[in-house]
Design a protein around this ligand. Structure first.
Ligand code: IMP
Ligand code: MG
Length: 180
């Protein structure tokens, strides 16, 4: 039913699982002796963060932020609005921001600066997908699942106009679905 709007499966369930396992193991290695706070960016990162934490063998805690940047368009406005802030203090904590995708980078560079203002011990970014061609803002990203081409993708948490998040894979949305 949703598949009819997808032109191509870019990353299937098996590849997602294997790569997320590697990311989880890398985080486990890099944060030995620490108790990082994983900050999931709602709503796109829901599936990614829930799978990722299964492969992190550390006493992690979870928190979430909701921000809006896109509305129902397929291009970032550069205007970031905080809809839901963190529940707990991150002062002196090792924070890992977990995001679905980096496109222009505007959202994450804003978020990183915003959270830096709360005096954490460290902040790193872990994104499932990266579209490096589209970068407008210089933002350091320490963990990247997959570099992908400049195509609008949905599924595995990522939406177009709030739909398609429930697809279990990353697929390319047919351009005729969105009228930009
Ligand atoms: P940025 O500020 O341009 O880096 O935009 C990042 C945000 O835009 C992500 O958190 C997504 O919510 C959204 N986004 C960017 N590219 C895509 C895409 O291909 N599919 C779905 N959402 C996207
Ligand atoms: Mg989105």
């Amino acid at each position: 039913m949703l598949e009819k709007d997808i032109s191509e499966i870019l990353i299937d369930e098996q590849r997602l699982k294997e790569r997320i396992k590697e990311l989880g193991h890398a985080i486990t290695r890099d944060y030995q002796g620490k108790e990082p706070v994983l900050v999931g960016v709602l709503k796109g990162a829901i599936m990614f963060i829930s799978d990722l934490i299964r492969y992190i063998d550390l006493p992690v805690t979870l928190d979430f932020m909701a921000i809006s940047s896109y509305g129902a368009s397929t291009h970032s406005s550069g205007v970031v609005k905080i809809i839901k802030d963190l529940d707990s203090s991150i002062q002196d904590k090792d924070v890992i921001i977990v995001e679905d995708i980096i496109d222009s980078g505007l959202t994450l560079s804003y978020l990183r600066k915003y959270l830096m203002g709360r005096s954490p011990k460290s902040i790193r970014i872990c994104t499932l997908l990266d579209k490096p061609e589209r970068r407008k803002s210089d933002v350091e990203v320490e963990y990247v699942g997959f570099n992908i081409p400049d195509k609008f993708v949905v599924g595995y948490g990522l939406d177009y106009a709030e739909k398609y998040r429930n697809l279990p894979y990353i697929g390319v949305l047919k351009p005729e679905v969105y009228n930009d």
